[in-house]
Every structure is written in C-alpha cells, then in structure tokens.
Ligand binder design. Structure first.
Ligand SMILES: [Zn+2]
Length: 275
C-alpha cells in the first residue's frame, strides 16, 4: 500500500508521508467513559486505538519543506518508513531544503538523526517555533515525567545535529512562502499546526490535536497521557476542529488515518469526516 497521498493547494503540492502505524495502549488514554472502555476492550481489530504516524512534504516549486520526520527506529518494526515514503515521492534526503517540526516528541523527530547522531537531512534549514525551542532547551526534566529525560535528550541531540541550520521562528513568521504556522499550545507548549494558502485555496494541518481519530473526533474530551497541559490541549483541539469545520477547510494531521485529506462537519459536540 502506498505511503503517500498528494493534493494541490493553488500551485503548491502537499503530500502526506505515512511513516508507520500501531495501536496505542489503553493506559495512554484519559477521560474514557466506561462505555468507551468496554467498546475498546471488546474490539478484536483494535480499531479505536489504532493510529498512524504521518509527516508531510510541501513543494512550492522552489523549496521542498518536510514537516516532521517520523519515528526513526524508536517505535518498533511497523514505523520508521519516512525515507521509503520520500522515495515514493521521488525525493531523497538531500532534496529537502527546509524542515519544520510541529513539536519535539519522538514520533516527530525520531527520523531527524542517524544512529551516530548526525543529521539525516543535511541540506535543510531546520525551523522550530520559539516556545517549543525554549521548552526543550531551558526546562530541567525529571526521569519520571512522561516528557522526561529520554525524550528531552533526544530533543537536545536533534537540535545539536541541526545547530548550524537552526532557525527559531517568532510567531506569525512564514515557514516558507505560502506556509504559515498555527500555534496550538497544550500538547507541548510550542506545539503548532500550519496552513498552506495559495490562489484562494487553503489547507490546514492540525498537528497533534488528536492521536486516536476513531475516538477523539466523536469525543474531543478524550486525550492522551502525552498532552503536557491537558486543559490547553483540549482548548486547542476544539479551536482547531471548529476552525476546520466552520471554514470547511481541507485538513490533515499528524495521526490521521486514511483518507489523509478530509473535511469535517460538527454535529453536537462531535466531528464527522465528510470527505
Ligand atoms: Zn505525535
């Protein structure tokens, strides 16, 4: 099965790259009703807790922007296929001119570096929102935190591999021409999605506002252990889903399943995929 899905936004080509897939353990989910828990437990296919790990390439004719880099070798044999997906698109690592990381969790930065710690994408300008950069570089992490020492050392290793190419983005600065960040704090302090706008067409990448779409679109109050500030994450989740549905925006996200490009419709407090 192909790892890529492509769409056009004006003259800009947007392609999602499926780095991998797996189910999330029940313990990683919070705010489940008893009914949800029993539905999940009795579902042999584990479809409710199934997730995909997606990266994205935006091509504006001059630049090849890679957003997130997948899991690398960190999440087992069903993940870590970013290079294969790029190859399917006809690109090699050296063709990537720019990288933007939505947030510094391992399933988004694991593919940035080789085993020896060197940069995989040697020619890329490496861009990150200021708040996210500050969080991972300035905070002291404990070993017992979910976003603890293992994750923060990976973040620091990635930042050091790309030190010479690093650009810390102030808010409201375009990532590349036609692509701008949408701050969605909560999952991490500097977590961001982005918009692609060209010739009166738009696409909205919602970042990691949802991790298990089959549960969280129906009930956005369900969240994962990985949201650092669950209250702000819920606010950002509702803001992003409302914007997508109210403006009938073509959208995608870091953990969306197939199809990768969707429209959403809000009914009551739930969201449904309409195309
Ligand atoms: Zn993620």
């Amino acid at each position: 099965m192909s790892r890529i899905s492509t769409t056009s936004v004006g003259n800009i080509k947007v392609t999602t790259l499926r780095d991998g897939e797996r189910t999330l353990p029940l313990e990683a989910l919070k705010n489940l009703s008893d009914e949800d828990t029993s539905r999940i437990n009795s579902d042999e296919n584990q479809s409710f807790t199934f997730t995909n790990f997606n990266a994205c390439v935006i091509q504006n004719g001059k630049q090849n922007l890679l957003v997130d880099t997948g899991c690398g070798t960190l999440f087992g044999p069903t993940c870590g296929f970013i290079i294969d997906a790029l190859d399917e698109l006809g690109l090699g690592p050296d063709d990537i001119t720019d990288i933007f990381i939505t947030h510094f969790h391992p399933d988004h930065i694991g593919g940035c570096i080789n085993e020896d710690g060197s940069a995989v994408f040697r020619n890329a300008n490496f861009k990150i929102a200021e708040e996210e950069h500050n969080f991972w570089t300035l905070k002291e992490f404990g070993s017992d935190e979910i976003n603890g020492r293992d994750w923060s050392s990976l973040a620091k290793n990635v930042l050091s591999a790309y030190d010479a190419q690093l650009e810390v983005l102030k808010s409201n600065k375009d990532i590349i021409s036609g692509v701008s960040t949408v701050p969605l704090p909560g999952h991490t302090p500097g977590h961001a999605g982005f918009r692609v706008d060209d010739e009166n067409q738009s696409m909205f990448h919602m970042g990691d506002i949802i991790h298990v779409p089959n549960l969280q679109l129906k009930d956005p109050n369900i969240c994962t252990l990985f949201d650092i500030d669950p209250e702000s994450a819920l606010k950002s989740r509702k803001y992003a889903l409302d914007m997508a549905s109210n403006d009938n925006l073509l959208c995608t996200s870091g953990h969306i399943l197939e199809p990768k490009f969707i429209h959403l419709e809000k009914r009551g407090s739930s969201y449904f995929i309409t195309s």
